[in-house]
Design a protein around this ligand. Structure first.
Ligand SMILES: Cc1ncc(COP(=O)(O)O)c(C=O)c1O
Length: 373
């Protein structure tokens, strides 16, 4: 089956008892046992839930992996992966990561004796330490849309596990397991659910041993999503292909519009031929580049973000409606200012999550807001 077909059907077959085409939301906290320990695979709602199991199967199928696991948020999924490590282990992470990932590493997990260091995401050569157990990649990155060459890095990973945060690309545009990654992590809050009505996280792997460890951690730590949230992500997946195409087409046109605008200093979008990672993105993302872009403004950022009428100023992305964010004071505020500056996240950087509204309406909105900036 091709992706679009899988996305509509993944994880579910028509219910043999009722004929239901849409899966039910199994809202129950627990399940009856015939005798102690004899149950249908669902001993307790934190350990397993039928609606959650459908979502876990669906995302594994779409990513081309064997196993999926669902969590209460993207960060809860990330933290479960970090729990695979022990004190003294080292994580080599790309330098342009989501601010919350950086905060988890630096302000939470460093205190537990883990080591973290950062390398330029665009570098195709990495230097592993003896104790490097995880390599952490985001591609495209948040907020500078840097592109990592996942296959090139996978070839150098030795016995370290390669984790790829596939939130921006989604499996419709990029499938990291096929490029050599061991674990995929998602904030399903974003494109996978797509409508801005869920907080969630997902993990996919084909490695049975890693899966068993993560499944143990999912239950032992307990940061699991509710059944209704799982159902909403499942529903979102059905239209993922359509939405990603529309997001990408709108973002490409907006990136080109902004590149030609006198009030814009620089545009970051992998679909632009001038973007440093464009050639890698072209092959790695199958010729579509998602709906995220950032740009540096020659003007007043505050006035700009307050003047858009369709783009809403908010901390989220990947939803059908268009959003603006000011990374320096919002999504990446937890990175110290000097470290932010070193990473190239300037005060005049604006991030756009381009939605699926009519392109011309979006361009007119940006046009009028740029006049106020
Ligand atoms: C790339 C990326 N990964 C992970 C996360 C964290 O996900 P959540 O907000 O669902 O915890 C985010 C959130 O913005 C993100 O942008």
């Amino acid at each position: 089956m091709r992706f679009e077909t899988k996305a509509v059907r993944a994880g579910y077959q028509i219910d043999p008892v009722t004929g239901a085409i849409v899966p039910p939301v199994h809202q129950g906290a627990t399940f009856a046992q015939e005798e102690p320990g004899a149950h249908k695979g669902y001993p307790y709602g934190r350990t397993a839930n039928p609606t959650r199991a459908l979502l876990e199967r669906a995302i594994a199928e779409l990513e081309g992996g064997r196993y999926g696991l669902a969590f209460a948020s993207g960060l809860a999924a990330e933290d479960a992966i970090v729990h695979l490590l022990k004190p003294g282990d080292h994580v080599l992470c790309c330098d342009d990561v989501y601010g919350g990932t950086y905060r988890l590493f630096e302000q939470v997990r460093r205190h537990y004796g883990l080591e973290f260091s950062y390398f330029d995401t665009t570098s195709t050569e990495i230097k592993l330490q003896k104790n490097t157990k995880l390599i952490w990649l985001e591609s495209p990155t948040n907020p500078l849309l840097k592109i990592a060459d996942i296959a090139a890095i996978a070839r150098q990973k030795r016995d370290a596990l390669l984790v790829v945060d596939n939130t921006f690309a989604t499996p419709y545009l990029q499938r990291p397991l096929e490029l050599g990654a061991d674990i995929i992590v998602h904030s399903s809050t974003k494109y996978l659910s797509g409508h801005g009505d869920v907080i969630g996280g997902l993990i996919v792997t084909s490695n049975a041993e890693i899966y068993e460890k993560l499944k143990f951690l999912q239950n032992a730590i307990g940061a699991v999503p509710g059944p209704m949230d799982c159902w909403l992500v499942l529903r979102g997946l059905k239209t993922l292909a359509l939405r990603m195409r529309a997001h990408s087409e709108n973002a490409q046109a907006i990136a080109e519009f902004l590149s030609a605008h006198p009030k814009v200093e620089r545009v970051y979008y992998p679909g632009l031929a001038t973007h440093p990672g464009h050639e890698i993105a072209k092959r790695q993302m199958h010729g579509l580049y998602s709906g995220m872009l950032s740009f540096e403004l020659k003007g007043d950022v505050k006035k700009f973000v307050q003047s858009t009428k369709l783009f809403t100023l908010a901390e989220n992305l990947g939803t059908v409606d268009s959003l603006t964010t000011h990374p320096a004071t919002m999504t990446h505020a937890s990175i110290p200012p000097e470290e932010r500056a070193r990473r190239g996240i300037r005060e005049n950087l604006v991030r756009l999550s381009v939605g699926i509204e009519h392109l011309q309406d979006l361009i007119e909105d940006l046009q009028q807001a740029l006049e106020y900036a």
